[in-house]
Ligand binder design. Structure first.
Ligand code: HEM
Ligand SMILES: *[C@@H]1O[C@H](CO)[C@@H](O)[C@H](O)[C@H]1NC(C)=O
Ligand SMILES: *[C@@H]1O[C@H](CO)[C@@H](O)[C@H](O)[C@H]1NC(C)=O
Ligand SMILES: *[C@@H]1O[C@H](CO)[C@@H](O)[C@H](O)[C@H]1NC(C)=O
Ligand SMILES: *[C@@H]1O[C@H](CO)[C@@H](O)[C@H](O)[C@H]1NC(C)=O
Ligand SMILES: *[C@@H]1O[C@H](CO)[C@@H](O)[C@H](O)[C@H]1NC(C)=O
Ligand SMILES: *[C@@H]1O[C@H](CO)[C@@H](O)[C@H](O)[C@H]1NC(C)=O
Length: 341
């Protein structure tokens, strides 16, 4: 009896505390794999059909989609803030100059809206589309938890502050990813997405003419033809010159051969602390793929809006929530959730 008394004495206040916690503390809504099972059971297939068609039309769309998720999630979290247009938006920030694929997201969103209007967030579409893009170019798959909601704002200067740049050294890369909760190994795995896609001369010129990093002589000379010291800023070069349209570990094999395109690529294999991770991914492609998938899941869940935070946008590039834009008597948008753009 003394025993049950003492349990009761402890349990009762605990019980009361739990009830209070439920009432008065914000209950953080969680993402879940079943989020749209009743509200939009075809959402995920609809997105995948749309992404598959876009990638079949242009393989580089796969690269665009994976990069879009990165640039969205690293700035104010995975809230589709990147997609909003207009002055001082992330999208218009110099840090996002050369980011593409917005049209692919718009097409997927339109397809989803036609089956379940107003239900599926743009932030979830970005997350699902990045996974489907990886699969479409032979990369790994992963399970996407759902229930993200969309921001009502974005901030250009935040993009400039939070996104890493192609001339970063290893210390800067590690520090940049650490701010978002990633360790060096996760940073290296995520950099492996440079196994697909292209970069502009303006972004890799420094690697040719202004860097002490090792560079393969033949690679350097072919790059210098594509990218002269001045001019040709928009000329493109694959980030992985061997298999530019296939998701594999060739990116890491290039690094070991001193054929990393960006400074931020080659610093991962330059006699420093990341070398052993690169070597491991060269020797074990399956480890790279599973590390990449796990890091993408983690990246896709940075600072998400859930529950009653944020909104479900009707079109991904504006914060209009429902139907056509209504102008009020001042000639301004009559709806509350609207981003001037
Ligand atoms: C580690 C730090 C990173 C830096 C400094 C960096 C920088 C860059 C730069 C400079 C470009 C070329 C852009 C242009 O020429 O306009 C690029 C392209 C790309 N980045 Fe990264 N990136 C990083 C990490 C990532 C991550 C984490 C992802 C995705 C998970 C990613 C995905 C891509 C893709 C797919 C492309 C090719 C896009 C295209 O074809 O247009 N990058 N990156
Ligand atoms: C999309 O393409 C992938 C890989 O090519 C395939 O496995 C998947 O079934 C396709 N999805 C749809 C919905 O067509
Ligand atoms: C295919 O891509 C081209 C440009 O690469 C674009 O103009 C066209 O609209 C795309 N078609 C579809 C069906 O997405
Ligand atoms: C944008 O972000 C910067 C840096 O975090 C901050 O100083 C600024 O106040 C923000 N601007 C707006 C309009 O919220
Ligand atoms: C990396 O870059 C930062 C900023 O330019 C610089 O302060 C630091 O010395 C560099 N570190 C290395 C190891 O090169
Ligand atoms: C790469 O090629 C450019 C153009 O020929 C040259 O200026 C530069 O010194 C070369 N870099 C190395 C490391 O050889
Ligand atoms: C949003 O995207 C649609 C479709 O791409 C386009 O017609 C419209 O002009 C865009 N609106 C804004 C505000 O950028």
């Amino acid at each position: 009896m003394g025993y049950s008394m003492s349990i009761g004495t402890i349990m009762f206040p605990l019980f009361i505390l739990l009830i209070f916690a439920n009432y008065f503390m914000p209950c953080k809504a969680q993402l879940s794999t079943t989020f749209y099972d009743t509200t939009c059971p075809n959402a995920i297939t609809t997105i995948q059909t749309s992404v598959n068609a876009s990638v079949a039309n242009n393989t580089r769309n796969a690269a665009f989609l994976i990069r879009l998720l990165f640039h969205d999630c690293f700035v104010q979290g995975c809230d589709a803030s990147l997609l909003l247009g207009g002055a001082d938006s992330e999208r218009e920030s110099p840090a996002n100059n050369g980011v593409f694929g917005y049209d692919v997201i718009d097409a997927a969103k339109a397809a989803v809206e036609s089956v379940c209007p107003g239900v599926v967030s743009c932030a979830d579409i970005l997350a699902v589309a990045a996974r489907d893009a990886s699969v479409a170019v032979n990369g790994p798959s992963w399970t996407v938890r759902l229930g993200r909601r969309d921001s009502t704002n974005s901030n250009a200067s935040q993009a400039a502050t939070d996104l890493p740049r192609g001339n970063f050294n290893l210390t800067e890369l590690i520090a940049n990813f650490d701010l978002k909760g990633f360790n060096a190994r996760e940073m290296v795995a995520l950099s492996g997405s440079h196994t697909i896609g292209q970069a502009r001369c303006s972004r890799f010129r420094g690697r040719i003419y202004n860097s002490p990093l090792n560079i393969d002589a033949a690679f350097n000379s072919s790059l210098s033809e594509i990218c002269p010291p001045t001019g040709g800023d928009e000329n493109l070069q694959p980030l992985d010159l061997v298999t530019p349209n296939t998701f594999d570990n060739s990116y890491f094999r290039n690094l070991v051969a001193s054929r990393g395109l960006l400074i931020s690529d080659q610093v991962l294999f330059n006699g420093d602390s990341a070398d052993s991770i690169v070597t491991e991914y060269v020797n074990n492609p399956a480890t790279f793929e599973s590390d990449f998938a796990a890091a993408m899941v983690k990246m896709s869940e940075i600072e998400v809006l859930t529950g009653t935070s944020g909104i479900i946008r009707t079109v991904c590039n504006s914060t209009v929530v429902n139907g056509p834009v209504m102008l009020n008597s001042n000639g301004q948008n009559g709806q509350i959730m609207y981003q001037e753009s």
